[in-house]
Ligand binder design. Structure first.
Ligand code: AMP
Length: 313
């Protein structure tokens, strides 16, 4: 499969690399690293990494504007299990397509699909692709792939941080002498007001009868801490390992987009099916959903509580 992907990449002069809406470090690092690896290997190709970015992740590099391309082009979709969440391109307008993803399978929408939901991250799959084909890497590309992998595995906390994951990271460290202290600084440095919001969440988290910890963050609260719905939701990653809590969620009101974002994490019960019921999805133990009202968010929490109740039985 990796060689088939390489051969397809080699065949096309114009390549567009897309990923899911609601960009995160694994999605953005994998697309920028793959773009740069293809350009390093084939300098004459035109390669575009597209989709809405976020200034928060500017340390990962710049995305591209898609020109009106007349030539036959290849689409590579990264980190996205379903067509409706592909950001910035019309999937059906390409001559050929490849998907590389580590989410549980949802639907086939590309010609060639490499899906491994046991992989820690899409970046891990890209590291494998580069090491097993004639694609080239350099220190900058290696650093981005390291950051995407570290971010999506939440610093190797999750089950899918396997022996293979650690071997690949060891290979990167050996071959590219990564300065991990400076890379971690890019990924984890944040302003004091975000840390204060984290404190607010810890102080005000509600825990249900069966171990769902959740916090409702209205746009007023989010503004009070000078944060935005995206960074507020990301804080869900900081609340693992609380004895009384087995599933936890942040409910963040995004007034600008008139939506309520729910970020969910679990230490046991499978939660992606609940997220799918509420216009969301994701991994077994890390999912997200979007709901129109706080009432619906509360219903989602009740469903999570039932899942925990079953799990505890
Ligand atoms: P997040 O909480 O945003 O870090 O997302 C955790 C996981 O759930 C990631 O794999 C996301 O791609 C996925 N996810 C988040 N929101 C949604 C959504 N609205 N629909 C489908 N998947 C989502």
């Amino acid at each position: 499969m990796l060689n088939q992907i390489y051969k397809t990449i080699k065949k096309y002069d114009t390549i567009v690399i897309a990923r899911h809406i609601g960009v995160d470090p694994d999605a953005m690092a994998s697309q920028i690293a793959l773009r740069d690896a293809i350009l390093l290997t084939f300098p004459k190709k035109k390669v575009y990494a597209v989709g809405s970015g976020s200034s928060k992740f500017s340390y990962l590099g710049k995305l591209d504007k898609l020109e009106d391309l007349k030539d036959e082009k290849l689409l590579i979709v990264l980190d996205t299990p379903d067509k409706r969440r592909v950001d910035g391109v019309d999937v059906d307008s390409f001559a050929d397509s490849i998907k590389i993803d580590h989410h549980p399978f949802m639907e086939k929408f590309c010609e060639l699909e490499l899906i491994d939901d046991t992989a820690s991250s899409t970046c891990q799959l890209i590291i494998d692709l580069i090491y097993h084909t004639k694609l080239k890497m350099n220190t900058e590309i290696a650093g981005k792939l390291f950051l995407g992998l570290v971010s999506d595995s939440n610093r190797f906390l999750f089950q899918n941080s396997t022996e293979h994951t650690f071997r690949l990271v060891a290979d990167l460290l050996r071959d590219y002498h990564l300065d991990i202290v400076s890379l971690y600084q890019d990924l984890y440095m944040r302003p004091l007001h975000e840390v204060r919001l984290q404190g607010y969440i810890a102080q005000n988290m509600i825990v249900t009868d069966h171990g769902v910890g959740y916090i409702k963050l209205t746009s007023d609260i989010i503004s009070k801490f000078q944060a935005d719905a995206g960074s507020a939701g990301n804080m869900v990653n900081n609340f693992n390992y609380i004895e009384e809590v087995i599933v936890w969620a942040t409910i963040s009101e995004d007034k600008k987009n008139n939506i309520i974002k729910v970020n969910i994490r679990s230490r046991g019960p499978q939660i992606n099916h609940v997220a799918e019921k509420y216009n969301g999805g994701g991994h077994a133990l890390a999912s997200g959903a979007r709901v129109p009202t706080m009432e619906e968010a509360e219903q989602l929490i009740e469903d999570l509580d039932s899942v925990c109740e079953q799990y505890l039985k």
